[in-house]
Design a protein around this ligand. Structure first.
Ligand code: NAD
Length: 534
């Protein structure tokens, strides 16, 4: 264990790879103090202990403007490079991230408190996204020649040009994966990026950018600004050409409003209140462990994780008994360590733990049953909370409709599939839904009736999220736009339509009366339709 130097508070004993000089080098990458006057830095703490890790500079609106100017200048040179050169940087970055996975996991854990296996899985997301775009970007970004309104005589070419500078605003729950994986296609498309990580979890993002620099990314092209969202957000959105935001629905609405006023595009990946429907033909030996991960993975702090499980009445009792027993077993593995021992880690902060506890306490007070869990675990660390299973939750309880975003789930009973569909869809959100059954055809038919941007059959959320070739995003109040796939790259470009007329035949001919021209136009349109032209 190494000890970082601090200005105040207890010094955190961190994994040996995370030295004081590493923390200082990373925090020095934040664009801050450009106008001379430095703001009070943010005190970063280790979630497991609350001990101080280091001090993160905070950016002022002037710093954000300065960052945008630097990124804009670097972007012109970057966009002028052949795509193959830009991809070569990411080919190297892919390997660098994999070779540095342990340090990345350390930094993710320090800021988030999640279990190590989740930190490793998170760090693997970015190489997966890189690999996908290394394979597909050339084809997706290649200009596409299409026929024009008059075959042969005219053509139209679809071109994709980088938007310019993109803001990538990331939350704390997957701080490395979201900031780096969303920046990857933006950079490959030829944009500059200004990243705004959450203060608590900025170190892993900064380390990722250092790896991109090692891979050959020009310095200046990616800028990092840090600070309270409402403090740096408005200037950031005023300084860029596109916003990629991941976070809560409330903040997404604010960001979407400002982007709309500025007439720039935005992609908003927001919250969820995700249901799982368990049909009566399910294999419980497979369904229970998978559901346990879908609910409690990342300590329940995943936008796509499951907070509502609807189980057919025929198997409800057995499902509840076995699920609760498995949750109780999981609770025994809670731990604060940088090895693979604990299966579940901490919540991100004491404040967030209190919010999760408040949802459980309110449900209990209003009559819900806490089948297992339901309590903080200060004996392990300041923000630990037990895996919790509730029943008897009703709509007057916050946990019934709001995102709890912690290791808490309610198990409900249903008697018919129509009822299950109605209950699953009874939410303003539409991020993810899961169906469990022994019959894929039944599930596919059911999936068509669910209102969610991702639907996972016989899985909680990983299958759809890890399919990097398929665009993925929320519907209803869970988002606007998608990430991954061709759409996840093209959103960072402007589509330009270049039309060419090789011979002047479309303009009206002065010598011909208009009635005659009309007849000839209608004839041409009918002919083109018959010949499937146009
Ligand atoms: P949040 O909305 O509070 O903050 C997200 C980011 O936005 C942070 O970096 C924050 O500093 C910044 N921010 C806040 N106000 C801002 C403003 N006015 N302008 C610009 N930036 C601002 O969300 P959070 O609590 O950090 O994250 C948890 C939420 O994120 C949950 O609702 C979760 O479901 C959602 N989430 C969604 C996805 C997805 O892909 N759909 C993925 C992960 C998390």
């Amino acid at each position: 264990m190494s000890t970082t130097s601090t200005q105040s508070g207890s010094k955190a004993k961190l994994p040996p790879r995370v030295t004081e000089s590493l923390v200082n080098r990373l925090t020095a990458m934040v664009t801050a103090g450009t106008a001379g006057e430095a703001r009070e830095p943010f005190e970063m703490t280790e979630v497991y202990t609350g001990d101080v890790v280091g001090y993160l500079p905070q950016s002022s609106p002037e710093d954000v403007k300065a960052a945008a100017e630097i990124a804009r200048a670097a972007q012109r040179e970057w966009a002028a490079r052949p795509l193959a050169d830009r991809l070569a940087v990411f080919e190297r970055a892919h390997e660098l991230i994999l070779s540095e996975i342990e340090t990345l996991a350390d930094l993710i854990q320090i800021g988030c408190g999640k279990a190590r296996r989740m930190a490793i899985e998170e760090a693997c997301d970015t190489p997966m996204v890189i690999a996908h775009y290394l394979k597909t970007a050339k084809k997706t970004l290649k200009p596409k020649k299409r026929s024009g309104p008059m075959p042969v005589i005219t053509t139209s070419t679809e071109e994709h040009r980088p938007k310019g500078v993109v803001a990538v605003i990331a939350p704390w729950n997957f701080p490395f994966a979201i900031s780096m994986s969303d920046s990857t296609p933006a950079l490959i498309a030829g944009n500059g990026v200004i990243m705004k990580p959450d203060n608590k979890t900025a170190l892993c993002t900064l380390y990722g950018i250092e790896l991109l620099h090692k891979a050959g990314l020009p310095r200046g092209l990616v800028q990092v600004v840090c600070g309270g969202g409402p403090d740096v957000g408005p200037t950031l959105i005023d300084s860029v050409d596109f916003v990629m935001f991941t976070g809560s629905t409330a903040t997404g609405r604010t960001i979407g409003e400002q982007a709309g006023r500025n007439l720039i595009g935005c992609s908003l990946e927001l919250g969820g209140k995700n249901p799982m429907i368990v049909l009566d033909d399910v294999n419980l030996d497979e369904a229970i462990p998978s559901a346990i991960f879908a609910v409690f993975g990342n300590t329940g702090q995943a936008c796509m994780h499951i907070e509502r499980i609807y189980v057919h009445e025929r198997i409800y009792d057995e499902y509840l008994r076995r699920f609760a027993a498995a949750a109780e077993e999981l609770g025994k593995t809670l731990g604060a360590s940088y090895d693979f021992e604990p299966e579940m880690g901490s919540l991100v902060s004491v404040d967030h733990m209190k919010r999760v506890a408040a949802h459980v306490d309110e449900a209990r007070e209003k009559g819900a049953t806490v089948v297992t869990g339901g309590k903080p675990r200060p004996d392990i660390g300041p923000a630990f909370f037990e895996p919790t299973v509730l029943t008897g939750v009703t709509k007057d309880m916050a946990h019934a409709t709001q995102e709890t975003f912690g290791p808490v789930v309610t198990i409900y009973k249903y008697s018919g599939v129509d009822e299950a569909v109605a209950l699953a869809n009874d939410t303003d959100y539409g991020l993810n839904a899961s169906i469990w059954t022994g019959n894929i055809e039944r599930a596919t038919a059911l999936a068509e009736r669910l209102e969610a941007g991702a639907i996972n059959i016989n899985d909680g959320f990983v299958t759809s999220y890890a399919a990097k070739g398929t665009p993925s995003g929320g519907v209803k109040q869970s988002g606007v736009g998608t990430r991954h796939g061709a759409a996840g790259l093209l959103k960072y470009t402007d589509t330009i339509n270049v039309g060419v007329q090789k011979k002047q035949i479309m303009a009206a001919r002065a010598s011909m009366p208009y009635e005659k021209q009309l007849k000839s136009t209608l004839l041409t349109l009918r002919l083109m339709r018959r010949l499937h032209l146009g």
